[in-house]
Design a protein around this ligand. Structure first.
Ligand SMILES: [Zn+2]
Ligand SMILES: [Zn+2]
Length: 451
């Protein structure tokens, strides 16, 4: 019994000793971890400081440089070797550039504006050498200002006047810059599609591949919820970027244009570009209603049919007592409606295509509301319609008589001068259109839900 007591006491003593030792070790480990962590922090800070120095050497100011602190690439635990700097600089520099552009746009507004005007003049001069369609659909001034070579002309050496000759010299490489921008845009959109899990196969055989299809729906979303813009296929995105800055009260900011002019991995500030699966599903549904194959149908095919569609999900609900539930949407506005309104749940889109008589009545109501977009075409062979677009029929006559083209082709011989107008216009109620047609009363204008 005594032996057992002694054994117990010995064990208790032993366990106490072990626990005490373990506590000591834990404290030591914790101290060691803190030490290692502090040492690491110190090295990261040193790395950051060295990167700051490198950017100072390039002529940047601290107030702009420090925006890179939020970028993981500026906070690494490693030495700044030449190899590391070569890789890191192009990743961080655009963000610092954006900070500088934004600051100087405000603090040196007069000089920056006059430099931008000079670049615009040089770009206009270049555009006059292009075919009319390339000129109208070319990138906007905002993108040109963001191209690194022009960005540097506009925002550096503010104490020395910028000479037109310097702009002209940079402008000689415009064809190359614009081609690179178009390539990057393609890659960016393809990446968006892959990121959203959308299939990029099978590919139609033309150069745009699946990016040219109507089901390739992209959204440009700004901070303002109601100013997201829906585009169908590569051409739509390019045209939207070309024309949007001239018409929008909510222009995209410098960060967006710099991201568009840099490698496609860059974040674009408040504007997000993404592929919309719900939009794609709506377009697929509309295509099936009009008997087109989603694997080959392009936006132009749906534009040409120009049918109107009714959202059956709205018809069966009453989500807004103030809005009629039987609005007749164009195919573009139908997809936009689907993206904006039916984002919840997994319910499939349900659309009905208007039949012959309904279509006629609705089109009449739209025309009565001033939605007549038949004055918007230009010749692509000569500048005679620059600023003076004509009706499609007039342009066809012009192409046949002045250019001797028997069968003029859209986007080759002539083109839509204001493609953005495809999104706008009033959306009319089907029942109201019939009621007004019966009463021969003026059709009431309803605000477009989409577009
Ligand atoms: Zn609906
Ligand atoms: Zn012509």
């Amino acid at each position: 019994m005594e032996a057992l007591e002694q054994f117990k006491n010995e064990r208790i003593e032993y366990v106490h000793a072990v626990v005490e030792h373990a506590e000591k070790c834990t404290r030591w480990l914790s101290d060691f971890e803190t030490y290692v962590d502090n040492a690491r922090q110190e090295r990261v800070e040193q790395y950051y400081t060295r990167i700051v120095w490198r950017f100072r050497e390039l002529g940047y100011e601290d107030q702009d440089i420090h925006v890179m602190r939020s970028r993981p690439e500026s906070m690494r635990d490693r030495d700044v070797t030449e190899r590391v700097w070569k890789r890191t600089r192009p990743v961080l520099q655009p963000y610092i550039d954006i900070a500088r552009c934004k600051r100087l746009d405000k603090s040196e507004a007069t000089i920056i504006e006059s430099r931008k005007a000079l670049v615009n003049r040089v770009y206009d001069k270049y555009k006059r050498t292009l075919r009319p369609m390339e000129s109208v659909y070319g990138p906007p001034y905002e993108l040109i200002h963001a191209i690194p070579a022009f960005r540097s002309l506009i925002y550096t050496s503010l104490d020395v006047p910028l000479q037109e000759a310097a702009c002209d010299e940079t402008a000689q490489r415009l064809p190359e810059y614009i081609a690179a921008f178009k390539d990057r845009l393609k890659r960016r959109l393809t990446r968006c599609m892959l990121g959203a899990g959308a299939s990029t196969t099978p590919r139609p055989t033309d150069s745009e591949g699946r990016l040219g299809l109507a089901i390739s729906v992209f959204v440009l979303k700004t901070m303002n919820k109601w100013h997201n813009h829906v585009c169908f296929g590569l051409k739509d995105v390019a045209v939207h970027l070309a024309t949007y800055p001239h018409v929008s009260p909510y222009p995209y900011d410098t960060a967006f244009w710099v991201a568009m002019s840099e490698s496609e991995g860059m974040e674009s500030g408040d504007t997000i570009l993404y592929h919309s699966r719900p939009g794609s599903t709506v377009v697929e549904c509309l295509l099936s209603k009009v008997g087109l194959d989603p694997n080959i149908a392009r936006p132009e095919d749906l534009d040409r049919l120009d049918r109107r569609f009714l959202c059956e999900r709205c018809s069966y609900s009453n989500w807004s007592p103030r809005m009629p539930l039987d609005l007749a949407y164009t195919w573009r506005n139908a997809a936009t409606h689907g993206i904006r309104i039916h984002t919840q749940g997994n319910e499939r889109p349900a659309w009905r295509v208007l039949d012959g008589e309904e279509h006629i009545v609705v089109r009449r109501a739209e025309q009565f509301n001033g939605q007549n977009r038949d004055q918007l075409w230009s010749c692509n062979h000569c500048p005679v319609h620059r600023g003076y677009p004509r009706s499609r029929q007039a342009i066809l006559r012009h192409a046949r008589s002045d250019h001797h083209i028997a069968e003029p082709q859209e986007d080759i011989d002539f083109f839509d001068t204001y493609p953005e107008a495809r999104y706008g216009g009033s959306t009319v109620s089907l029942s109201q259109s019939f009621a007004d047609a019966a009463n021969a009363m003026p059709v009431c204008i309803l605000p477009a839900l989409a577009g």
